[in-house]
Design a protein around this ligand. Structure first.
Ligand code: PMP
Length: 458
């Protein structure tokens, strides 16, 4: 199919996620064709540097032949095996054992899903089942954070606290609550890490007190909020929230869908603070996007509560056809090998200072108000006034301008609605890739700054 007929057919038939449908009909798709290392190629032959790892998922980079080989071997041998009816498969079992051995020690059992949304959905179902089965049916209220993202399932979208996920969807549900996120740049006490941590803990305590501890099931958070604009909390925040949940008698759920698999340095962000969650959701970097897969890992206490006693012979009614899919599992096993034996985790850690320095260096730029990062996850926040931190007016459509200029400079990252630019380079990035990223990014910002409407808004 030619480039124009592909774009035409996309416009007519393909519904894209999280997009304005009319804007997409008018603009048409950018069709990607191939990838290698840190680079993508579009259907017109343009080579694009991907500074967003697809959708913060292709942590190993594109074109890793050993993954293709692992998938091919598994597809040839056994393309599908159900894990219903007591069946299992070798890659599924090996992956479960491996993941549990790598995850925080509190997590002993794993349920595999197709991605992050159904990992969250599974977590919610397990939590509900656990409290009902262990005689605490009043524990139903769930707390998450403003600007949080926990996927797009019917229940997860309510835990998510981004306006587009609630508007016209009758969300959040009555038992879903949100607390302010630890957004240092935009919080009154933001420059004082201890005050920020204390404010989050106090907000959680107050919410649990208001709802009644006997009614609260769990607190959900991302160790670093991704889709909400890469909100990096101060060191110690995650541990403080985990400890608060234990004190308050509620479950702590770490949503590591973005932060897992080396994105922030260690394999999981929880590791950095010795945090042991009751449940943890993962996806994205688990297979690096080479096939769909996610998982929820749970503590033995929750597992035992759900399993109940041997006299209860009813099945636990939770499952999907493709849970623990053997091809995805074989891919995940090879991806995990690349992180460790393949040296990608170490490379990501070694390159992180270069990434941090590149972002911080752009604080000098007239458009940039804030730079924040951990590991290879980072953001720049653009402001109209650096002193007051005033945002640009939405009518300026700055994110669209930035995305267009970035594409002209053959660079891909994420320009969020409130003028936050998100970056998640693959763990395979070389020094040369980072040099290219920051050269192209600076050129992009300069070009946008040169636009008359933007200058006028400063
Ligand atoms: N949780 C978090 C923290 C995420 O970032 C995402 C996806 N961006 C999800 C859950 C949902 O994952 P998926 O898109 O694979 O359903």
């Amino acid at each position: 199919m030619s480039s124009s007929s592909l774009i035409d057919a996309d416009r007519k038939h393909l519904i894209h996620p999280v997009i304005n449908y009319r804007a997409h009909e008018a603009r048409g798709a950018t069709v990607l064709e191939s990838g290698h290392g840190a680079y993508l190629r579009d259907i017109d032959g343009n080579e694009l540097l991907d500074a967003f790892a697809g959708l913060w998922c292709v942590n190993v980079g594109y074109g890793q032949q050993s993954i293709v080989d692992a998938a091919t071997r598994q597809m040839t041998k056994l393309p599908y095996a159900t894990t219903y009816f007591h069946f299992s498969s070798e890659p599924a079992i090996e992956l479960a054992e491996k993941l549990v051995s790598l995850a925080p020690a509190s997590l002993r059992r794993v349920y595999f899903t197709l991605g992050g949304s159904d990992a969250i959905d599974s977590a919610v179902r397990f939590i509900t089942h656990y409290f009902n089965a262990t005689g605490r049916p009043s524990k139903k209220q769930m707390i998450a954070l403003e600007r949080g993202y926990h996927g797009s399932s019917s229940v997860g979208s309510g835990l998510t606290a981004l306006p587009a996920f609630h508007r016209h969807f009758d969300l959040p549900l009555p038992h879903q609550h949100h607390l302010p996120s630890p957004y240092a740049y935009r919080q009154a006490n933001g420059d004082d890490p201890q005050a920020l941590i204390a404010a989050s803990v106090a907000a959680l305590e107050a919410k649990v007190a208001a709802l009644g501890a006997d009614n609260v099931a769990a607190f959900f958070c991302e160790p670093i909020q991704g889709s909400g604009g890469v909100i990096v909390p101060p060191a110690g925040w995650l541990k403080a929230m985990r400890d608060a949940c234990r004190r308050l008698g509620i479950l702590f759920v770490a949503d590591e869908v973005i932060t897992g698999f080396g994105r922030t340095g260690p394999l999981f962000a929880c590791e950095a603070e010795g945090v042991e969650p009751d449940l943890m959701t993962v996806a994205k970097g688990l297979t690096s996007g080479y096939a769909p897969m996610g998982a929820v890992l749970i503590s033995d206490e929750i597992y035992q509560g759900i399993a109940g006693d041997a006299r209860d012979t009813a099945v636990v009614g939770h499952g999907q056809t493709y849970s623990a899919h053997p091809v995805s599992a074989a891919i995940a096993l090879e991806v995990l090998r690349l992180y460790h034996e393949g040296g990608l985790l170490a490379n990501g850690q070694a390159q992180a200072p270069r990434f941090a320095a590149g972002l911080d260096g752009l604080l000098e730029h007239p458009l940039v108000g804030d730079s924040r990062h951990r590991g290879l996850l980072g953001a720049l926040e653009l402001v109209a006034d650096k002193d007051s931190r005033a945002r640009f007016d939405a009518s300026l459509k700055l994110p669209e301008r930035i995305a267009a200029a970035a594409y002209r400079n053959r660079l891909i990252f994420r320009a969020f609605g409130d003028n936050i630019l998100g970056f998640a380079p693959a763990l395979c990035y070389t020094e040369a890739d980072f040099d290219e990223l920051f050269a192209r990014l600076e050129r992009t910002l300069d070009e946008v700054l040169d636009e008359a409407e933007v200058r006028a808004a400063l």
